[in-house]
Design a protein. Structure first.
Length: 254
C-alpha cells in the first residue's frame, strides 16, 4: 500500500512537471511573440527616430504650440521624403467614411468591412491625455503593447485643416463580440495589466493611466471565451512615451 502511494506521488510529480513545463513554455512563447511583434511595430516608425537625440525625450519637455508645430512639420517632412505621406485627397481609397463620434479620428471602413483606417488627430484630446509633441509617433505602439489583440498597424502620416493625422489600421471586430461586464474589465486591468484604480475614471501605475473603458460604451468587447478586446482606450502618459514603451517592452516581452 505504501509502495503504491509512493508510485502515485511520483506519477503526480511527473504529470505536474510536464504540465508545468508546457505552461511555462507557452508563456515564454507568448512573450517571444510579443517581442517580435513589438520590434516589428517599432521598425515601422524607425525612420522618424533617425537623428533624434535621446535627450529630446528627457524630463524637460515642451508642450507649447510652437513645439507642436515643429514636431508636426518634422514628421510630415520625413513622411514625404520616405513615401509615407498620404494626401487627404486619397483618404477615400481606404473605404467608406463612417460617422463614428470619436472626437479624435476620421474613420474609414474597408470595402470588405474587415479593417478600419483611422486618421488620428494626436492633439485632439491632449488636455486629457497630457500629450507632448514628441510622444505622438509612439502612442499606437504603447496601445499595441498593452492590447496586442487590437493592435494598430502604422500606415503613414497625413494632414487636414485640423493639422497632422497619424494614419493607423485596426481589424474590425465590432460585430463579432459582445460587451463585457464592468467587473470583467476591472479584473483585467488589475490582474492582467497590474493597474490600480486611481479615481472613478482611470486605472494606472507610475507610467500611465487608462480611461474610456466603461462597459456602457462599445470600446471594450468580449468573445465567448471571456477574452477582452480594448478597441481605442485613452492612454495618459505620465512619463515620456519612449520611456513608457521601454518599460512595457522590458516587463512584458522579456
Amino acid at each position: 500500500m505504501h509502495k503504491n502511494t509512493k508510485m502515485e506521488n511520483y506519477g503526480r510529480k511527473i504529470i505536474d512537471y510536464i504540465f508545468g513545463k508546457r505552461s511555462n513554455g507557452s508563456r515564454i512563447s507568448y512573450e517571444r511573440e510579443q517581442k517580435v511583434q513589438a520590434d516589428s511595430d517599432r521598425s515601422d516608425i524607425r525612420v522618424f527616430e533617425t537623428g533624434v537625440s535621446a535627450q529630446r525625450h528627457g524630463n524637460i519637455r515642451q508642450s507649447s504650440r510652437t513645439a507642436e508645430e515643429a514636431e508636426c512639420n518634422r514628421l510630415i517632412g520625413i513622411a514625404k521624403k520616405h513615401g509615407l505621406y498620404i494626401d487627404k485627397a486619397d483618404w477615400n481609397k481606404f473605404g467608406t467614411q463612417r460617422m463614428i463620434p470619436t472626437g479624435e479620428s476620421v474613420v474609414f471602413l474597408s470595402k470588405d468591412a474587415s479593417v478600419f483606417t483611422k486618421m488620428k488627430s494626436p492633439f485632439s484630446k491632449a488636455p486629457l491625455k497630457q500629450t507632448h509633441p514628441e510622444d505622438i509617433i509612439y502612442e499606437h505602439l504603447i496601445h499595441n503593447m498593452l492590447f496586442p489583440n487590437t493592435r494598430y498597424r502604422f500606415i503613414g502620416i497625413s494632414e487636414d485643416i485640423k493639422g497632422i493625422r497619424i494614419v493607423l489600421q485596426q481589424k474590425n471586430i465590432s460585430a463579432m463580440f459582445r460587451v463585457p461586464t464592468q467587473q470583467m474589465i476591472d479584473d483585467y486591468l488589475r490582474n492582467n495589466l497590474g493597474l490600480s484604480k486611481e479615481d472613478k475614471y482611470f486605472y494606472g501605475n507610475e507610467y500611465l493611466a487608462i480611461t474610456d473603458i466603461s462597459n456602457l460604451s462599445d470600446n471594450v468587447l468580449c468573445d465567448e471565451d471571456g477574452r477582452l478586446y480594448f478597441i481605442d482606450p485613452i492612454i495618459r502618459l505620465k512619463r515620456p512615451a519612449l520611456e513608457v514603451w521601454n518599460y512595457l517592452y522590458n516587463s512584458r516581452c522579456i
